[in-house]
Design a protein. Structure first.
Length: 509
């Protein structure tokens, strides 16, 4: 079932109200007319509360809010009680001075004036109670929104041995506060964009003024405003809609649950997008190098971080090429295998009726299915099922003569290698590319592997993230190209930001 449609094809009625002249309806001075208009919009909505009352016992007013999204206790204490108990200083009924009333009676930190019915609906939907007063052609949105949210916890998918233990949650305000608590400079700027015709999802673009190029902010805002969907429920929607090459297997947007990763990206001159309702924030521009680096690289000592980074690059190649190399050598280049090992492999494959390519495909598909099943099952049983399933199926397959024991080892080592990649999206890209590389190896041998590698490199060289080259975005200036790619240079030598930003670390232009 299609659940979202593009706005141009939608046949559903519009929520906005318009006059005969085509202009949006403005609030009338008659409170009954305003209430009727809003009730027509929110008909059959039992969670929308209309609370009529009298200010100082003589002026009709109404509070409109959504039950569960507004702080009812503060609404009672800071709005209803002061207004209902207000007494006119002169003791006579007269026109209300709303400016004086708001300043003297309401103990609410944030009050926004609204002029149209659409603005009223927007604030009510966001959880802000709306105050309408008879005789006033404007309403007052009170900043008393409140809803349940989970506590700040350590990200499960990006755990570290050394480093901060806090992660983003689904609350936009909380996520922004996590950034503000670390970056206390007023140069941290935020811009809000609303996406989704019906969900009205708020997305905030964060950047460091004077560090992030203005072109990045402008381009990101432009791409967000071009989105035409009925609803945006997660940052995965945004990632697919704003990346430069949506059909590439390589992600061009970095997503993270860790505030320290987002803050480090901001200080490098990148932009961060935070969506209300999602614990994952997006970082642009991204590069291939940033996808295979971990935040823990910068918390460990230089030598340890560099060795771990080299190990990660090695296992990245193993994850992509090991099954292909095994197929190519076993099918076309047996002379490259030592005689003793060749005899052992030949003996293990004596009962296997399939060629090496089919054998590898069977085991890789089964391994991917087991990994996916382990992710979808409950946490307590997922790991056990995937491990036991791999052992049982692997042993049964060898005994049945469907696959050979060396192939089991190759697939297992490949799976372990894929787990060393810190970013899940980068690991998925390599898992996808592994299968065409296997077909090329089964068809052309090592020549096919070289051809596949050249095609992958050419493709990666053509990619861009927010207009920045994919293989060049994280490389610093020309005279410092190796400082933070293959090695992790000591902090006292990391005095230049990535090449996307020519300003030196710790200096303002």
């Amino acid at each position: 079932m299609r659940f979202f449609q593009r706005r141009k094809k939608s046949r559903l009625p519009r929520l906005t109200t318009t006059t005969s002249s085509g202009m949006q309806d403005v609030l009338a001075a008659n409170i009954n007319e305003n209430i009727q208009n809003i009730q027509d919009i929110y008909r059959d909505c039992i969670d929308v509360v209309f609370r009529p009352f009298y200010i100082a016992g003589h002026t009709s007013a109404v509070l409109i809010y959504i039950n569960g999204l507004a702080n009812v206790e503060e609404l009672n204490e800071n709005v209803l009680r002061p207004l209902m108990e207000k007494h006119s200083a002169s003791g006579q009924d007269g026109p209300l001075n709303m400016t004086s009333l708001l300043e003297q009676q309401l103990t609410v930190a944030k009050v926004n004036k609204v002029q149209t019915i659409d603005e009223c609906v927007e604030y009510i939907a966001a959880g802000n109670p709306l105050l309408l007063v008879d005789g006033q052609s404007e309403g007052f949105a009170l900043g008393l929104s409140q809803w349940e949210k989970r506590a700040i916890e350590e990200p499960v998918a990006e755990s570290v041995i050394r480093g901060p233990r806090e992660g983003f949650i689904e609350s936009l305000e909380t996520n922004l506060s996590l950034l503000r608590r670390r970056i206390r400079s007023p140069l941290l700027k935020t811009k809000s964009v609303t996406v989704g015709k019906y969900t009205k999802t708020e997305v905030v673009i964060c950047y460091m003024e004077g560090i992030a190029p203005e072109a990045f902010v402008t381009e990101a805002e432009k791409r967000l405003r071009r989105i035409e969907l009925d609803g945006v429920l997660e940052t995965g929607y945004l990632e697919e809609l704003i990346e430069d090459h949506p059909y590439s297997p390589f992600p061009q947007v970095l997503n993270t649950e860790r505030p320290d990763v987002a803050i480090a990206s901001l200080l490098e001159g990148r932009i961060v997008m935070i969506q209300d309702g999602s614990p994952f924030v997006l970082v642009m521009p991204a590069s291939f190098y940033s996808l295979v680096q971990s935040s823990e690289d910068y918390y460990q000592r230089t030598l340890i971080s560099t060795l771990i980074r080299w190990l990660r690059y090695l296992f990245l190649l193993i994850s992509l090429l090991l099954p292909s190399a095994y197929i190519a050598i076993l099918t076309f280049h047996q002379e490259m295998i030592p005689t003793t090992l060749l005899l052992t492999v030949a003996a293990s494959r004596e009962r296997v009726p399939f060629p090496a390519l089919v054998e590898a495909l069977i085991m890789e598909i089964v391994f991917e299915a087991l990994r996916e099943a382990g992710v979808r099952l409950p946490k307590q049983t997922g790991a056990a099922v995937s491990i036991v399933g791999a052992l049982v199926i692997g042993q049964a397959a060898v005994q049945a003569g469907l696959v050979s024991a060396p192939m089991i080892m190759i697939v297992a080592l490949t799976g372990i290698a894929s787990f060393t990649i810190p970013r899940f999206t980068a690991g998925i890209a390599l898992r996808m590319l592994r299968f065409p590389m296997m077909f090329l190896a089964g068809s052309l041998g090592l020549l096919g592997i070289m051809l596949g590698l050249l095609l992958v490199l050419i493709h990666m060289a053509s990619l861009r993230s927010l207009g920045v080259p994919y293989l060049n975005a994280h490389v610093p200036n020309v005279d410092h190209q190796a400082k933070d790619v293959l090695v992790r240079t000591p902090w006292w030598k990391l005095n230049a930001r990535p090449r996307i930003n020519e300003r030196r670390n710790g200096r303002q232009s």
